[in-house]
Design a protein around this ligand. Structure first.
Ligand code: PLP
Length: 249
């Protein structure tokens, strides 16, 4: 069975982070393995504490992974420059395996997930080693120091991320107002594309959607789909997940 390596933070509430990644990978039919970068204490509404896993322990988890079984790597919370350095070294040694980075900086429960220095080093240290990055508008604006008020700005943000070294960028536009959610994909070899779908009322209340989308993309890349197909299938997977969750609440 194909394995997906999940590198990221734990969220004890089960809403986001590696547990959300694991649910996604299991749900799609692959086996998750993981390396924890930080342990967070949070509920759906409050953020209490973060413990950054020491570099030595992060490295040991990665070294213990049987990489011959791994079909793709998904990376989420990277708490600081040191963890980014460890992951960067690891990816350099496994450049044949497709990878997805969801650059998360804050939690909707109110916590900070990455240090200022960490965020500033992402472009140079990590982007060129990753197949596709999946920032939302707020994260893309923070990375590029640009603004975004309309659909067309998604393209500008994606091009700016590419200039920073990213091979492919999916800018998630769910934060823009409107009846539809629009994401923009820009990739080196496959051109660009808008993905548009009807907004699901109450969907923004569902936690861990960014984690789940990036994990689904990693899964589809591992299954041999190209970036465009992987993003398309993963967006549809996420919409069904959100619809199901909204109906449950
Ligand atoms: N907590 C952890 C550990 C995460 O990795 C993430 C996202 O990747 C979040 C929280 C943020 O999720 P949300 O915005 O749904 O709170």
């Amino acid at each position: 069975m194909t394995q997906i390596l999940l590198i990221g933070g734990s969220d004890n509430s089960g809403g986001a982070g590696v547990s959300a990644d694991m649910e996604t990978v299991y749900g799609l039919g692959a086996k998750p393995t993981f390396a924890i970068t930080a342990i967070t204490a949070q509920s759906d509404h409050l953020f209490f504490h973060t413990h950054t896993v020491p570099s030595k322990t992060l490295k040991a988890q990665l070294q213990a992974t049987e990489m011959n079984q791994v079909g793709a790597i998904k990376i989420g919370m990277l708490p600081n420059k040191e963890s980014i350095g460890v992951v960067s070294e690891f990816l350099s040694e496994h450049s044949e395996i497709p990878s997805v980075l969801d650059p998360v900086f804050t939690s909707s429960s109110g916590g900070t997930l990455s240090s200022y220095e960490g965020i500033a080093s992402l472009g140079s240290q990590l982007f060129p080693l990753i197949n596709i990055i999946t920032p939302n508008i707020l994260e893309a604006c923070r990375l590029t120091k640009l603004g975004c008020v309309q659909k067309e700005d998604l393209e500008t943000l994606a091009h700016a991320c590419r200039k920073m070294g990213a091979n492919a960028v999916l800018v998630k536009g769910g934060h823009l107002p409107g009846k539809h959610c629009v994401d923009f994909l820009l990739s080196k070899d496959r051109g660009n594309c808008f993905f548009e779908r009807k907004r699901i009322p109450g969907g923004t209340e569902v936690r861990g959607t960014g984690c789940r989308l990036a994990s689904a993309i990693a899964y589809h890349l591992a299954m041999g789909y190209n970036i465009m197909e992987s993003v398309d299938r993963s967006c549809r997977y996420l919409s069904s997940y959100i619809e199901e969750r909204v109906q449950c609440t």
